[in-house]
Design a protein around this ligand. Structure first.
Ligand code: FAD
Length: 601
């Protein structure tokens, strides 16, 4: 049976030893309560909840899935009770403001707990995850009355939330959306239209559901400049703030899909449902962009979650499963065969998972530290953190989900044919992971956002913010002979990042399609460089600990060995990405559309 154990040691290494979260909390406005003892206690409780309550439900969720009957969605056995425990434990309110009933703790602390929830049971975690999206929207753009009415109930966990963007004819291109919002005499709006693929759109875990819906006002301009944002509750709310009659919004059906069976993916029909405008008319997409970074970071986390889950289970299996002898002679002569962990190729798969999971963890928690600063830092600090987040978010979302999927696949492969069999859970992990590269903007769309909007449209200024940080780090450590191989390679790639950007920028001046043609290779190249930076930072910390003398020689030595594996075995992939991205758009665009297939003999 697959199992999950919260990686508290590694979370502590990344957040405390590498990223100095204790120092960060000591200086962060309003983070006085996040003392080391408090953080440790929260992590321990979060770990127990993830390991004991959520992890055992992961397979149940996959096998039972959600059921739909007459507009009602029933979640798998145990999901509702687990949600009740989550609410009673005060988890929904952890990092929301005290004014609306939250505990006011930093977002980055919430992210550590979310990592454990996400890894132990991604499908279940999506219900509170979507609520956080709705909470962030109302927190940033809602009126005081909307906050009082809806946000307090979402923060307490009594109600959950959704994000309703997608329609049958528009996913990526939201400019085409048709859902209408007609102004009513009482100041509300009548919302009419169909939304599809709405995660957690209907379920039995909470009494009310607060939908955040994108729709068009009657006089709205065409395209993305004519989209407004609305709150549409499943049950209307009376003047006393209590749930009243049913609103005209209903679930038409749920999808039968490849994975995340425990999470309901709903068709939502709005038939003149009562809605309330959030923010300015026609500024809906701008409102959404203000919290898009955190939402995308939440999906980036899914990549880490499936990589970590694959790693934990495939390491255990590789130590246990006996097949063949090591090429260099038996390693366990007393046994019928050696455990498969002796074979170099099995180690290649395990170390790939380890390098992506632990490197991804460093990137995720670095970004969540930036989120804290974007909210509570000084003006200059906020400006820098905002710019870094805008660069790193598409990289984290696309690179970590792509490498998370690769890791989930390696996890399955380590199990051989047993990986393909449901009871081991490895095939579920692959299926559940696959969606991460699609929703919240596909890999292709993240890549366009990175290269087009974030890098070229800022004339490289956003990129330089980060390459300067890497440059400074390399300068500081280039004298250390033991770290030389990492630092030299990182410094070189960091310079190359600027060079390839310039080359693509020049080509794009002649032909805009060059951007789309280079973008995914550019994003993957960027991801490998970013992770190389974090692996170098982790290597510096590990080396320092070993130099100082430590009881955990194995832990820190493994960090250095994984860094070496990453630099020698995974980082060379950048060469292929550079060649491909600079090869130009012709090899993609030359072929006539009619020549893609010739089926008749
Ligand atoms: C399980 C699940 C849960 C979801 N949850 C939600 C939710 O809670 N709320 C919500 O609103 N939506 C949700 N979605 C919708 C999801 O965000 C969309 O499916 C996604 O945005 C892609 O849109 P699409 O499916 O219409 O694909 P399309 O937009 O049709 O894209 C098809 C392909 O074309 C590519 N493409 C499109 N335009 C370009 C371009 N300009 N350049 C290069 N390539 C391009 C895409 O990358 C993709 O590969 C969910 C989807 C699923 C499957």
């Amino acid at each position: 049976m697959p199992e999950y154990k919260a990686p508290l040691r590694d979370i502590k290494f990344v957040t405390e030893e590498v990223l100095d979260f204790h120092g960060h909390y000591a200086n962060l406005l309003g983070a006085e309560e996040a003392t080391p003892d408090m953080v440790a206690a929260i992590l321990e409780e979060g770990a127990k909840f993830a390991e004991r309550v959520l992890s055992p439900l992961n397979r149940v969720g996959d096998q039972q899935g959600c059921q739909f009957k007459d507009g009602v969605v029933t979640t798998p056995d145990g999901f509702k009770e687990a949600y009740q425990q989550y609410v009673e434990g005060g988890w929904p309110s952890l990092s929301h403001p005290e004014e609306v009933g939250g505990q006011g703790l930093p977002d980055s602390l919430g992210m550590m707990v979310t990592e454990m929830i996400a890894t132990s049971n991604w499908s279940w975690g999506m219900y509170p995850g979507l609520s956080h999206g709705a909470m962030n929207t109302i927190e940033l753009h809602g009126t005081d009355e909307q906050k009082q009415t809806y946000l307090t109930k979402l923060v307490s966990g009594e109600w959950t939330g959704t994000m309703c963007l997608t329609e049958p004819h528009c996913g990526t291109d939201l400019g085409m959306l048709k859902t209408k919002a007609e102004p009513q005499a009482d100041g509300s709006y009548a919302i009419t239209g169909t939304k599809i693929f709405i995660s957690a759109g209907e379920h039995d875990m909470a009494d009310n559901i607060v939908h955040i819906v994108l729709a068009r006002l009657p006089d709205a301009p065409a395209g993305t400049k004519g989209i407004s944002l609305f709150i549409v509750p499943k049950h209307n709310v009376d003047d006393a703030g209590e749930m009243a009659d049913r609103n005209h919004v209903s679930c038409g059906s749920i999808e039968h899909k490849m994975g995340i069976h425990g999470n309901a993916t709903c068709v939502m029909n709005f038939d003149g449902a009562k809605g309330f405008l959030i923010g300015e008319p026609n500024r809906g997409l701008n409102c959404m962009f203000t919290f898009m970074n955190t939402a995308r970071l939440g999906t980036a986390l899914q990549g880490l979650a499936h990589a970590e889950w694959a790693l934990q289970n495939s390491v255990a299996y590789a130590k246990d499963r006996l097949q063949m002898r090591a090429l260099s002679g038996p390693k366990a002569p007393e046994k019928a065969a050696d455990p498969i962990i002796v074979h170099p190729d099995v180690r290649r798969m395990l170390l790939t998972q380890k390098a992506f999971a632990e490197g991804g963890r460093a990137l995720i928690h670095y970004c969540s530290k930036l989120v804290d600063i974007t909210k509570k830092g000084s003006k200059e600090e906020k400006e820098e953190a905002d710019e870094l987040m805008s660069l790193l978010t598409p990289i984290a979302k696309a690179f970590l989900t792509e490498t998370g999927f690769e890791s989930a696949n390696h996890g399955l492969q380590v199990f051989g044919g047993h990986g393909f069999i449901a009871e081991w859970g490895m095939e579920q992990n692959v299926r559940d992971c696959r969606i991460a590269m699609l929703y919240e903007g596909t890999t292709g769309i993240q890549a366009l956002d990175l290269l087009g909007r974030k890098v070229l449209m800022t004339q490289g200024a956003t990129l330089r913010r980060f390459t300067k940080i890497i440059h400074k780090f390399c300068k500081e450590h280039k004298g250390d002979k033991r770290l030389k191989s990492y630092i030299t390679a990182l410094d070189k790639l960091n310079g190359e990042w600027g060079d390839v950007t310039m080359k693509i920028g020049m080509k794009a001046m002649r032909n805009k399609d060059e951007v789309g043609a280079a973008s995914v290779d550019y994003l993957m190249f960027s991801g490998y460089v970013v992770l190389a930076y974090f692996w170098a930072r982790m290597a510096v910390t590990a080396q320092t600990k070993l130099d100082e003398g430590t009881d955990e020689v194995g832990f820190y030595t493994a960090k250095l060995q994984t860094a070496t594996f990453y630099y020698e075995r995974l980082l060379p992939r950048t060469r292929a990405h550079v060649e491909a991205m600079l090869s130009g758009a012709d090899n993609l665009l030359a072929m006539d559309e009619d020549n893609f297939l010739f089926l008749n003999a």
